[in-house]
Design a protein around this ligand. Structure first.
Ligand code: NAX
Length: 331
């Protein structure tokens, strides 16, 4: 608190990237950290992009956001992560032509290994960490394994964009308003093996199969959600940024206020589904108050539909393979 106003420290990495450009004003404008709460922005970039970042800072200053307390920029996570309440880890290296997937995993593993260690050393022990940079689930696993002093329940990987994409596809196909679509769960990896679970979803309180043919749900629906990012890239010549920023703010809100069921990747240790216990896996969560603190619990959605169970198994296998490729970065 400064002068009675609550101030929250929020680190955003990759802040000079295209998601950062949409995300930062959106977080401030939607007041996701609470009405009237001021934000101490701590923006991390690689040294070559700090100058770009300074341009963004000038724009933020010129926009006159009343919700900004201060802005700090830098390229050392040990400085930027000092005493933060939130870390939104967007910065990552994109796959460039000719780059093997294995090299992509390793390049990013190094980033999240370093940032996990920095969080462990200098962030508040109750910091909440949302990993966005791809491969998001495995990067989140590396981060939490390298930050052992922070509870594993404070780490999340973004799959809310997949949830939002799936919700739109269902509403659009059924010819109903988006608001009527509920309980769309995304299981597994944020990749093409992700599992948008239509069997739990409802439209206006009824199961989606009352409106939409099962063949379409198992075929085109799955494919269109998995390939939506690619479709945006093809059309826009740049990857999703506005919708990604919106999904990040949705997810932060889900984590800050009890707001119903949402999907995010969380650590699988102690899971009741029989999955490998050392993965970050997207699952249905709910924020609930316990002993005066807001925590996230896994929502029981009942038995899995056999088609969904098989898809979940494939996504789990993919995550196990990703983990093998980065084993040397796991503490
Ligand atoms: P950009 O390439 O526009 O921006 C990435 C930024 O990260 C760059 O400015 C770069 O300099 C910075 N960066 C790289 N290494 C860094 C490091 N070690 N520390 C700090 N900053 C670093 O990508 P953008 O479109 O903004 O996407 C960012 C990441 O989000 C990508 O990995 C992307 O694949 C991922 N996404 C994840 C999504 C999800 O649902 N989990 C959806 C959207 C997005 O595709």
């Amino acid at each position: 608190m400064t002068g009675g106003t609550k101030v929250i420290s929020v680190a955003i990495t990759g802040a000079a990237g295209q998601i950062g450009y949409s995300l930062i004003p959106m977080l401030l404008q939607r007041e996701v950290f609470g009405r009237g709460v001021k934000v101490r922005l701590k923006l991390l970039e690689i040294p070559q992009s700090v100058s770009n970042l300074k341009g963004l800072v000038m724009e933020l200053e010129d926009s006159g956001f009343g919700t900004i307390d201060s802005i700090e920029v830098g390229s050392d996570p040990n400085v930027i992560f000092q005493d933060i309440d939130w870390a939104i880890l967007v910065g990552a290296v994109a796959r460039h032509p000719g780059m093997e997937r294995k090299d992509l995993l390793e390049t990013n593993a190094r980033i999240f290994y370093e940032q996990g260690r920095a969080l462990d050393q200098v962030a508040k022990k109750n910091v909440k960490v949302l990993v966005v940079g791809n491969p998001a689930n495995t990067n989140c696993l590396i981060t939490l394994r390298n930050a052992p002093s922070i509870p594993v329940g404070n780490f999340f990987a973004l799959t809310r964009l997949d949830q939002n994409r799936a919700q739109f596809q269902l509403a659009n196909k059924a010819g109903r308003h988006l608001d009527e679509v509920k309980n769309v769960i995304v299981w597994g990896n944020h990749s093409t093996t992700q599992v948008p679970d239509f069997t739990q979803a409802t439209i206006g309180g009824e199961g989606v199969e009352a409106f939409i043919d099962r063949d379409w749900l198992e075929g085109e629906f799955f494919q269109s959600v998995a390939e939506r990012g690619g479709a945006v890239l093809k059309a826009r010549k740049r990857s999703s940024a506005l919708s990604a920023a919106w999904a990040i703010t949705d997810c932060v809100e889900d984590l800050i206020r009890p707001n119903g069921v949402f999907s995010a990747g969380m650590y699988t240790r102690g899971n009741r589904f029989g999955w490998d216990e050392d993965l970050v896996f997207s699952m249905p969560l709910r924020s609930v108050e316990r002993d005066g603190k807001l925590v996230q619990e896994v929502v029981d959605m009942g038995e899995f539909d056999p088609f969904i169970a098989e898809k979940i198994r494939a996504s789990e296998e993919e995550l196990v393979e990703e983990r093998k490729a980065v084993f040397e970065y796991l503490k």
